[in-house]
Write a protein that binds this ligand. Sequence first.
Ligand SMILES: Nc1ncnc2c1ncn2[C@@H]1O[C@H](COP(=O)(O)OP(=O)(O)O)[C@@H](O)[C@H]1O
Ligand SMILES: [Mg+2]
Length: 313
Amino acid sequence: MFSLQLFSANPNPFLRPKPYPKSKRTHVSSVLQWNRKPELAGETPRVVVITSGKGGVGKTTTTANVGLSLARLGFSVVAIDADVGLRNLDLLLGLESRVNYTVVEVLNGDCRLDQALVRDKRWSNFELLCISKPRSKLPIGFGGKALVWLVDALKAREGGSPDFIIIDCPAGIDAGFITAITPANEAVLVTTPDITSLRDADRVTGLLECDGIRDIKMIVNRVRTDMIKGEDMMSVLDVQEMLGLALLGVIPEDSEVIRSTNRGYPLVLNNPPTLAGLAFEQAAWRLVEQDSMKAVMAEEEPKKRGFFSFFGG
Ligand SMILES: Nc1ncnc2c1ncn2[C@@H]1O[C@H](COP(=O)(O)OP(=O)(O)O)[C@@H](O)[C@H]1O
Ligand SMILES: [Mg+2]
């Protein structure tokens, strides 16, 4: 049984309009309460970059929710915010007030690596690492090699190497993108079912392959079955056929995502869980097992295995 220890509300009142739930300790019922733990496939640490090409499609949301789901499954996770100019993973996680040092200070010798790692109080096996202070530029000389050094340093840590290192990639395909993908050996490509996002995703897939990253899976985010049925949105099957990538997860459009972002309380921790939260948890499960899912036509949904079946089997 998973349980969630809630802690006191974040001190920033501007960003935190809603108080946290009243109870100190609450049980989370979720799809992860299956009677087994997923089996970790592949060599650890698994270094996974979350990328998209286009901005605003849900990379940071995916990093926070998949990252915390992995931690809840019992794996140790370090999430690196490599979106230097527009750093916001700390905000989504509600950890912004605790980031005192960044990788830039580590490289300058102003602090140790463990001082720059921010441990989540809810799940102590989840740590956040930011490259630099908000609104700062990528430091001169900071590139792929520096990130490889960082990943090696995390592997060699006294407490042992983490199971997962997840890198939140900046939008675009310029220097920041190249830096972020350099140490990765697998990628999760986030796309929305629209033509601009798909074109960027296709371009990014080519660049990832050129960089030697062969294990690329996609998450289709902000899916609306009502629009798919009305033929106003591409189906997940269409997206998969266009990109030709294995499907890690399908995340529905969910207003709870925005609410949870503003509260600094990732969706997967919500009780009761929301549809998008459950979908992120399922994606994390598949990531662990290097599994993928099948896209099905929206019309097939009621015949299948109930409530969640329209996301595939
Ligand atoms: N499934 C979803 N449903 C509703 N809103 C979403 C969903 N996924 C992301 N969003 C919203 O989209 C915006 C961009 O998400 P973000 O993760 O910051 O994108 P990126 O990191 O790719 O720029 C945020 O406001 C976020 O709350
Ligand atoms: Mg982002």
